[in-house]
Design a protein around this ligand. Sequence first.
Ligand SMILES: Cc1cc2nc3c(=O)[nH]c(=O)nc-3n(C[C@H](O)[C@H](O)[C@H](O)COP(=O)(O)OP(=O)(O)OC[C@H]3O[C@@H](n4cnc5c(N)ncnc54)[C@H](O)[C@@H]3O)c2cc1C
Ligand SMILES: Cc1cc2nc3c(=O)[nH]c(=O)nc-3n(C[C@H](O)[C@H](O)[C@H](O)COP(=O)(O)O)c2cc1C
Ligand code: SF4
Length: 250
Amino acid sequence: MRMALYRPWKRCPVVRIPVIAVGKLSIPEVAEKIIAEGQADIVALGKGLLADAFWVKKVEEGKPERIRPCIGCHDGCMGRVMKGKPLSCAVNPATGRESSYRLVRAERPKKVAVVGGGPAGLEAARVAALRGHEVILVEILKDLLIGGLPVQHMNRLMLLDLLKFHKVEVLTQTSLLEVLEDGALLIDHELRRRYSSADGIVVAVGLKPERGLYQALRNQTPNLYLIGDSRNPQNVMNAVWDAYEIGRMI
Ligand SMILES: Cc1cc2nc3c(=O)[nH]c(=O)nc-3n(C[C@H](O)[C@H](O)[C@H](O)COP(=O)(O)OP(=O)(O)OC[C@H]3O[C@@H](n4cnc5c(N)ncnc54)[C@H](O)[C@@H]3O)c2cc1C
Ligand SMILES: Cc1cc2nc3c(=O)[nH]c(=O)nc-3n(C[C@H](O)[C@H](O)[C@H](O)COP(=O)(O)O)c2cc1C
Ligand code: SF4
């Protein structure tokens, strides 16, 4: 038998019992190919199911693009277990505490402005929109998810799709100029100003501990929230968890 990673692995001809393949096989196409080509009888998933408990259902229903991909960071699962903390997941903060952390529809839908198009901003926008809020997302650069660390391709596609699906309005090359009593004054790269009504503003402007915008605006409204690296530079897990928490409560 040749020892190798995943697919080049060859089934041992003398083994008569079912063979289970395991280890980073949570891309549906890869898992299906292993079964289709007879390289194993069963594919087992570990982390893929922590990131998305509905992995199997989504594959069964022919909607693999709806799967929330595991990013292989180990921060929320094994990393937490090693520290004696309950198991969870960096990209799915509800894992392991599904009932207490589930998302419920907002009783009173609000208008929410999210400033910053990194992982934290996108997660806050996704969760707030999922709960029925009307969300506008502004990013100072030309595109989302290009400001900080390059985000994995699958996660990037999924987040962008979800924003579209939840009808989050996205304004690139735009920033927040001023917090008004009932909204936000936005400004784009050509110095055009635009008013957007907002009941709450989430600042997720990131990578460096840049709190200038937040400090300048915090006395102007009680509904201003600072999340992600902007609050405390750490990693994707902390940015996503911060964002989920605000999106869940706002
Ligand atoms: C080199 C490097 C490697 C890393 N490796 C890892 C890793 O392996 N694993 C891991 O988990 N984490 C890693 N991190 C950390 C991770 O990238 C961050 O924790 C994460 O990106 C934080 O997300 P965020 O949304 O808070 O901030 P960011 O990703 O920085 O996003 C902030 C966004 O706000 C935008 N913005 C800034 N100012 C304004 C403004 N005034 N108006 C509008 N938009 C604005 C920016 O353009 C940017 O798009 C790494 C970081 C670096 C620098
Ligand atoms: C949080 C966590 C706990 C695990 N605990 C065990 C364990 O107790 N025994 C074991 O043999 N493997 C354990 N594993 C390894 C998994 O069974 C699996 O082999 C590994 O995660 C690779 O598969 P995956 O890429 O689909 O996650 C654990 C993995 C994770 C992420
Ligand atoms: S914490 Fe990271 S490695 Fe673990 S399941 Fe979630 S995304 Fe995957």
